[in-house]
Design a protein around this ligand. Structure first.
Ligand SMILES: [Zn+2]
Length: 366
């Protein structure tokens, strides 16, 4: 067989799933521009707890036929080339790709792969599909969301924002069960998810209280404060006194993943209120909870507790709208979440999370 073109290669950060601290740079073939697909040049990738946990071998699954997994699921890219038959995209467009890829279940086929029934989905950079911590990737247009150029400096936050969009939208959807005029919200955790949630809930006009473990003179406390939200250090304001301290709480977003905190949230939410759990518990902790009291409160107060994971493209599109709205209301607010930018070759330093980090970015292309 005649070789007409030497295969082009690219660099990527990959792990061997199941093997702790295996993150390394690999050289692999650069994807070709196939009909119906687009080739993207990756600009930057956000790091989150999932990446660190995959590198700690807590989970992660290589694509079929590969013994490694390219990680990274929060990527901002530029369209490098548009395959034959693709409409609506041009070379140079900024895009963020969604993470989950559907299987054949009814929800996946309806564009709601975040609600997959079977669990047989794949997720780029996490489970069964390579991610975006590479110089290039290719994708079909259905999973690409276009980003207006003026959002370039922080649009990499769109994937975590999409998770928060879903957690908020679903709560409001659930609350269509009653006349709901929420006034007060509590957010547990002040990482990227917590701060983005504070932004969305302030945009909805709620009184917002963020509880986290960092001191009240910390940068993230100031960031929360500049939104007109209140920041509380749990060492000074224990969660056990949450309901007494604040009164009626209409919505609680639990983003710490600490199960004892999740149950405290369930115990603190007000009458007709709703608790959304988005924090992933990594351990196997057994805790004691006041079961009778919690059950009684849920029943007699019509309270709802629900979990929320991942996000489909609709929530990414909402995120683009809220980027624009948030930026108008608090110019520069989203950039303030990006506390560290690390060059591609220093990926190990990016994966090594520091207590002062909100969002760390790996800079890959220009
Ligand atoms: Zn499915």
């Amino acid at each position: 067989m005649a070789v007409t073109q030497a295969t082009q290669t690219m660099e990527a950060v990959a792990v061997t799933p199941g093997q702790a601290q295996s993150a390394r740079m690999v050289t692999m073939p650069r994807p070709a521009v196939a009909p119906g697909r687009l080739l993207m040049r990756v600009l930057e990738v956000g790091i989150d707890g999932t990446d660190t946990e995959i590198n700690n071998a807590q989970y992660g699954e290589a694509p079929a036929g590969s013994d490694f997994l390219v990680i990274g699921h929060e990527g901002l890219s530029r369209v490098e080339a548009v395959g034959e038959g693709v409409r609506g995209f041009s070379a140079g467009d900024l895009v963020v790709a969604t993470v989950r890829r559907p299987d054949g279940c009814a929800n996946c086929q309806a564009g709601e792969s975040d609600m997959c029934l079977t669990g047989r989905y794949t997720e780029r950079g996490i489970r069964g599909a390579h991610g975006y911590m590479a110089q290039f990737y290719d994708e079909v247009p259905d999973f690409l969301v276009k980003i207006p150029p003026e959002l370039r400096s922080f649009a990499v936050l769109l994937e975590p924002l999409s998770v928060v969009e879903k957690a908020v939208f679903q709560a409001w959807k659930i609350q269509e069960r009653l006349v709901w005029q929420p006034k007060r919200a509590v957010i547990l955790g002040a990482g990227t998810i917590g701060v983005l949630a504070a932004i969305l809930l302030r945009l909805r006009g709620l009184e917002v209280h963020v509880y986290a473990t960092t001191p009240e003179d910390d940068d993230r406390a100031r960031l929360v404060g500049s939104l007109g939200a209140a920041y509380h250090d749990v060492n000074r304001h224990p969660l056990a006194g949450l309901a007494e301290e604040l009164g009626q709480i209409d919505y609680i977003l639990e983003a710490t993943g600490v199960s004892s905190v999740a149950f405290q949230a369930i115990g603190a939410v007000g009458v007709d209120g709703v608790v959304c759990l988005v924090g992933i518990s990594g351990g196997n902790r057994q805790i004691e909870v006041p079961g009778d009291q919690l059950n009684l409160r849920l029943v007699i107060g019509n309270r709802v507790v629900f979990g929320s994971v991942n996000a489909n493209r609709r929530y990414f599109e909402m995120g683009v709208q809220h980027f624009e709205e948030g930026q108008r209301r608090w110019p520069g607010i989203f950039e303030r979440l990006i506390t560290r930018r690390v060059p591609f070759n220093d990926f190990r330093s990016a994966l090594d999370r520091r207590p002062t980090d909100i969002k760390t970015l790996l800079t890959i292309g220009g």
